[in-house]
Design a protein around this ligand. Structure first.
Ligand code: DHB
Length: 314
């Protein structure tokens, strides 16, 4: 069985969308809700509706994707009402919904967290606080400024009485793994850590047209897909070993059951799918579920706990 529990909640399987992918509109969320994913998460929201950056702002790339969406979203109230009214509801299978917030200031994130708290207290949503949006011009990623991250977590913790999670950017240095984990470990309410958001501000070039693939930010954007798998696995495992009291959600480079297995082996309790979901549609969940089951059978494993976090080193 691929069933698992996470923060005391039961999940039919560990798979969900990565925040941002197929979760902006009601129709997209409904299609995720009706898919075979174990859970889903809403598009990172701001208090007010945002149009986002000019198109094209997402592109498939040879080994993954590049995006600079600019936080297009329908505004906090839309996602709040969707979670409250449409979920958990009758005819969609009962599965947990995560709620991503990404304010453009500490005050905005704190205010949304405060408004969300009653719904979380009712057990209707789980908050994933986004500390890693790389695509809003002039706004540095919170997760790359340890003092800023500490201020956000202090403020959100003070208004939010339930356990919540954080969406982290990738780090590339042991000093940064250590300092980021030390900040997260100050906050007992930070119950899970989602690693990783896109590798920020890459540049993909089309050789025939000699052009960038996306319009915003002169073609710079967040990189996802197979390009980022080793970085994602490193970050999952780095935070798994440094944050013993917290759960890890793995995200980055999952295209088949094999990469999902690697994320879980490295310490992920749940696994998010971004680029591959965008490219393949919700059928990706059926395919990867079946591939993971086959791989587990081959290895003689019957549950996720048989290999979760059991990565061997040389
Ligand atoms: C966007 C991209 C991100 O990686 C993120 O975490 C939040 C928002 C965006 O461009 O919309």
């Amino acid at each position: 069985s691929l069933a698992t529990t996470f923060l005391g909640v039961n999940f039919a399987n560990p798979f969900m969308n990565a925040a941002g992918v197929m979760c902006q509109t009601e129709n997209e969320l409904t299609s995720l809700a009706q898919s075979s994913s174990g859970s889903l998460i809403t598009k990172s929201c701001t208090s007010a509706f945002r149009e986002g950056n000019p198109e094209p702002r997402y592109s498939k790339a040879p080994l993954g994707s590049i995006n600079s969406m600019g936080l297009p979203n329908l505004g906090f109230d839309f996602y709040f009402n969707y979670a409250k009214n449409t979920f958990p509801s009758v005819n969609v299978s009962n599965k947990p919904i995560f709620f991503s917030i990404s304010g453009l200031s500490l005050e905005e994130s704190t205010s949304m967290a405060q408004s969300l708290c009653p719904l979380a207290t009712e057990g209707q949503v789980i908050l994933e606080l986004n500390l890693s949006c790389p695509n809003v011009p002039g706004k540095p990623q919170i997760g790359y400024d340890m003092e800023d991250m500490d201020r956000y977590l202090n403020a959100v913790s003070s208004v939010y009485s339930m356990p919540f999670g954080v969406k982290m950017p990738p780090y590339f240095d042991f000093a940064h793994f250590d300092s980021a984990a030390a900040v997260l470990n100050k906050y007992d309410k930070v119950a899970f850590v989602t690693c990783i958001n896109s590798v920020g501000n890459g540049l993909v070039i089309d050789i025939d047209s000699e052009q960038t693939l996306i319009r915003p930010k002169a073609g710079f954007g967040g990189i996802g897909g197979s390009y980022v798998l080793p970085t994602a696995l490193a970050n999952v495992n780095a935070f798994y070993t440094r944050c013993p009291g917290k759960k890890i959600i793995g995200c980055g480079g999952v295209t088949s059951g094999s990469e999902a297995f690697m994320h879980i082996l490295a310490g992920a309790s749940l696994v998010q799918i971004g680029t591959q979901l965008q490219e393949e549609g919700v059928g990706v969940f059926d395919r990867i579920l079946s591939e993971l089951r086959t791989l587990m059978e081959k290895k003689g494993y019957t549950t996720l706990s048989d290999f979760h976090g059991k990565l061997k080193t040389l």
